[in-house]
Design a protein around this ligand. Structure first.
Ligand code: ADP
Ligand code: MG
Length: 375
């Protein structure tokens, strides 16, 4: 019958997704803009095929004998590599499949990683004329839900927007509240944030209006927005609850879109150590440690060592589909940071996890939606 057909289609879709791996890594190199080329040199970056990239520090063809590290070509390969000409549409094509997975009951997490100025916000948010992954995801969710409505499926969508700055959570829909935002682990619902405003959404338009509000609130109340945004993580959480009116099966999935803090702040310079002591960006360095522990299949994964990794626990471990988009600025003076981003990304790419969807019948949970990792 109809549900079987849907189930088959879903299974096929997700089998294909699983074959692609549950943690995927894309790399996007941004173009120079405006008059950046007036005072900056470009690295030599080439794209031999759609999954690899070669990078040298200088575009001058200096001989390799000179011994300068930057002159040696370094090669990286990822699940997909996007050159500066790549459009938002091309990148979203790859991400669109994950929207279906979230509707099918998976936890999906998309990270934009990279140093400040590498194009993270452009990729996630974009501009009104060149929309990024978040507004495109919102449109696609509602497009798909409208189609599914014709069948016996109905969905409820809720959204919340938050920011993590210096290990403090701030609700971007209630920027002036005095609530405590604590992370709680709940067997059935996974990790939740106490007091976080979660808004039921009934249209793409409404969700995009909230997104704008959250963006505006992010900038407000900070004296130095650039510094603030380069050190904070902005998280868009969209929760999707699907219900089959005939079989009473329910799917509970989510999409988390994360514009990470600038990766350069993961390292503490002497000046920063003096100023802001301990955790300049504990969340970002813990994210690295969590990825490493998953990679090494350690029995203990330090999810709880930072707010970000605790919050996204179920998106990082077994029960999830993760996409990391590593953004690269094309300039010579960014070379060192670019190489460390590329190396981090290469590590992440090696992680293998096993995702399962969160399906329940009636009110009884068959599968707890926790993030336990299967080997
Ligand atoms: P980040 O969020 O990583 O600090 P931004 O997204 O703000 O970096 O990008 C830095 C600048 O480069 C911005 O002015 C942005 O509009 C521009 N930019 C980034 N990526 C692209 C791109 N793919 N195409 C055109 N402009 C881009
Ligand atoms: Mg940014």
């Amino acid at each position: 019958d109809l549900e079987d057909q849907y189930d088959l289609r879903r299974q096929l879709h997700n089998t294909i997704q699983d074959l692609k791996g549950n943690i995927r890594v894309f790399c996007r190199v941004r173009p120079p803009i405006n008059n950046e080329l007036d005072d900056k040199e470009l690295c030599a970056i080439s794209f031999p095929n759609e999954t690899s990239l070669d990078i040298r520090k200088s575009r001058e063809s200096v001989c390799a004998i000179s011994g300068r590290v930057g002159d040696v070509k370094q090669e990286f390969s990822f699940d997909k590599v996007f050159s500066p000409e790549a459009s938002q549409v091309e990148i979203f094509e790859e991400l669109a499949q994950l929207v279906q997975s979230a509707l099918d009951g998976y936890h999906v997490c998309v990270f934009a990683y990279g140093q400040t100025g590498s194009g993270k916000t452009h990729t996630m948010q974009g501009t009104p004329n060149d929309r990024g992954m978040i507004p495109r995801t919102i449109d696609l969710i509602f497009e798909k839900i409208e189609k599914l409505k014709i069948t016996e499926w109905s969905y409820t969508v809720t959204a919340s927007f938050l920011e993590i700055y210096n290990e403090n959570i701030r609700d971007l829909l209630e920027p002036n509240s005095n609530y405590d935002y604590e992370l709680r682990y709940n067997e059935g619902r996974g990790v939740t944030v106490t007091n976080l405003k979660s808004v039921p959404i009934d249209s793409a338009r409404m969700l995009k209006a909230l997104m704008e509000e959250a963006n505006n609130n992010r900038a407000v109340a900070t004296t130095d927005f650039n510094k603030h945004s380069s050190r904070s993580h902005a998280v868009t959480k969209i929760h999707l609850e699907g219900h089959n009116n005939l079989s009473r099966a329910s799917y509970s999935g989510s999409i988390n879109l994360v514009d990470l803090a600038g990766s350069e702040s993961a390292k503490t310079s002497a000046a920063e150590r003096l100023n802001e002591t301990k955790h300049i960006n504990k969340s970002l360095s813990t994210l690295g440690n969590v990825m490493l522990a998953l990679h090494n299949k350690d029995s203990h994964v330090p999810y709880r060592n930072s707010k970000l990794t605790f919050l996204l626990q179920s998106c990082l471990g077994g029960n999830s589909k993760t996409l990391m988009i590593v953004n690269i600025a094309p300039f010579e003076d960014c070379f060192g940071e670019s190489i460390s981003s590329l190396r981090f990304a290469a590590k992440v790419k090696e992680i293998k996890t096993c995702a399962k969807k969160n399906k329940t019948y009636g009110h009884q949970a068959l599968l707890p939606s926790n993030g336990s990792q299967k080997k």
